[in-house]
Design a protein around this ligand. Structure first.
Ligand SMILES: [Zn+2]
Ligand SMILES: [Zn+2]
Length: 379
C-alpha cells in the first residue's frame, strides 16, 4: 500500500499555515467533488484522498504525528486501539522506543515544559499600486492568547489545578506494550500533569482563548507576491511561559487591469490604429504616475516594444528602478463606411500597381517562400 504524501495531495508546502491548508482543501474538494464528477472513479478516489489528507493536516496533534512518523503515525490500522484518537499515543510510543534506543530525540512534550508558540501566516492581498508605492495596512488576525481570567492555568477563579494522581504530575505513565515497557501520555491529564477540577468558564480549562487582534503593518514600497514581512512575537502565545511565535505577513499582489508585472518591469498592451502605425504619431500611454506621451515612428509593426525607462518598479531590496514596456498592437479597422472602404480599395490599387512587395516586404517574402516550398515538393 503506497499512500501519497498528504501535503502533496493538498498541493501545499510542509510549512503551510492552517489557513492555507483550509484553502487548498476547499479548492481540491471542489475540483474532485462527486457532484462535479459524476461516475468518475478516479475523481472519487482523489476526493477521498483529499478528505483524508485534510482530516490529518487540519488537526494539530495528528499533523505533528504525521510530520514526525509519516503515515504510520496516523494510520488507524496500525494504532491497535480506536482510530485516529490513538494518533497522539502512537507518536509517544514510537518516540519513546526510538528515544531509548538511540538516546534522546523524539518523545512527546514534557509536562510543564515551556513551549514556543506557533508561527502564524497571514495572506495579505495588495493592489499593484499599493505594492509599488508601499502602504500601511491594518490586519485582523485570530490568535490564541493566554486567558486573562485564569492567567493560563485553566482553573476557575479562586481555584488551582491539582496535580494529576494518575501520573503524579509527570504527564506520562509507563505501560507494558508487547516486549516493551513504554511511556504513554497520561490519559487523565493528557500530558499536562495537572487536573483542572473546576474549569475556567472563559477558556473551558484550556488556559488559552481565541482572540482577534488588529495589527498595523507597514508595507515597504516595491514588494511583490511571495514577499514576507515578519512581525516578531505576534504569533500564537507560548505554553507554560514559552515565548510567542512570529507572524508572517505574506504578500499577494492582485492582477491589474492595465499593467502586468514581471519583477521590476511593467508591461502594458497599447492598441494603435493602422494609420498611426504606418505614418507614425504620438500616443498617450498610461504609467503608474499618470499619462505620458509616446512617439511612434512611421512603419511601426505590431508587437513592437517601446521602453519607458524608470517607469517600472523600484525593487524593495534596492537596485535600479525597472522600466515600463508598451507593447503595441496594430488594430485592424472595423465598422468601415462605404466611403472608407472605397478609399482603402483605391489604396490597394496603388499597392498593386507597384507590385505589393514594396509596401509589404514581409508578405512578399513569405509568399515567395511558400511558392518555393511547393515547387520543391512537386519538382
Ligand atoms: Zn481561563
Ligand atoms: Zn496525569
Amino acid at each position: 500500500m503506497s499512500k501519497r504524501d498528504y501535503y502533496e495531495v493538498l498541493d501545499v508546502e510542509r510549512g503551510a499555515s492552517d489557513k492555507e491548508i483550509k484553502r487548498a482543501y476547499r479548492r481540491m474538494a471542489m475540483k474532485y467533488h462527486p457532484d462535479r464528477n459524476p461516475d468518475d472513479k478516479a475523481a472519487e478516489e482523489q476526493f477521498k484522498e483529499v478528505n483524508e489528507a485534510f482530516e490529518i493536516l487540519s488537526d494539530p496533534q495528528k499533523r505533528s504525528a504525521y510530520d514526525q512518523y509519516g503515515h504510520a503515525g496516523v494510520d488507524p490500522n496500525m494504532g491497535g486501539h480506536g482510530g485516529f484518537g490513538g494518533a497522539g499515543n502512537f507518536g509517544d510510543i514510537f518516540g519513546d522506543v526510538f528515544g531509548d534506543i538511540f538516546g534522546g530525540g523524539g518523545g512527546g512534550a514534557r509536562a510543564n515544559a515551556a513551549q514556543r508558540g506557533s508561527d502564524l501566516r497571514y495572506s495579505l492581498d495588495l493592489s499593484l499600486e499599493e505594492a509599488v508605492r508601499g502602504t500601511n495596512k491594518e490586519i485582523r488576525i485570530p490568535t490564541l492568547v493566554e486567558c486573562k481570567s485564569c492567567l493560563g492555568s485553566g482553573a476557575k477563579k479562586g481555584t488551582k489545578p491539582s496535580t494529576c494522581g494518575t501520573c503524579a504530575g509527570h504527564g506520562q505513565v509507563r505501560m507494558q506494550q508487547g516486549f516493551f515497557s513504554v511511556q504513554q501520555t497520561c490519559p487523565d491529564c493528557r500530558g499536562k500533569g495537572k487536573i483542572v477540577k473546576d474549569p475556567c468558564r472563559d477558556c473551558h480549562g484550556e488556559g488559552l482563548v481565541k482572540e482577534y487582534k488588529t495589527l498595523a503593518v507597514k508595507i515597504p514600497a516595491g514588494v511583490d507576491t511571495g514577499d514576507r514581512i515578519r512581525l516578531a512575537g505576534e504569533g500564537e502565545a507560548g505554553m507554560n511561559g514559552g515565548p510567542a511565535g512570529d507572524l508572517y505577513v505574506q504578500v499577494e499582489v492582485s492582477e491589474h487591469p492595465i499593467f502586468q508585472r514581471d519583477g521590476k518591469h511593467l508591461y502594458c498592451d497599447v492598441p494603435i490604429s493602422f494609420v498611426d502605425a504606418a505614418l507614425g504619431g504620438e500616443l498617450e500611454v498610461p504609467t503608474l504616475d499618470g499619462r505620458v506621451k509616446l512617439k511612434i515612428p512611421a512603419e511601426t509593426q505590431t508587437g513592437k516594444l517601446f521602453r519607458l525607462r524608470g517607469k517600472g518598479v523600484t525593487p524593495v531590496r534596492g537596485g535600479s528602478t525597472g522600466d515600463l514596456m508598451c507593447r503595441v498592437t496594430v488594430e485592424t479597422p472595423v465598422n468601415l463606411t462605404k466611403r472608407q472602404k472605397e478609399l482603402l480599395e483605391e489604396l490597394q490599387e496603388t499597392f498593386e500597381s507597384e507590385g505589393h512587395s514594396k509596401q509589404s516586404p514581409k508578405k512578399a517574402s513569405f509568399f515567395d517562400g511558400v511558392k518555393k516550398f511547393f515547387d520543391d515538393m512537386t519538382g
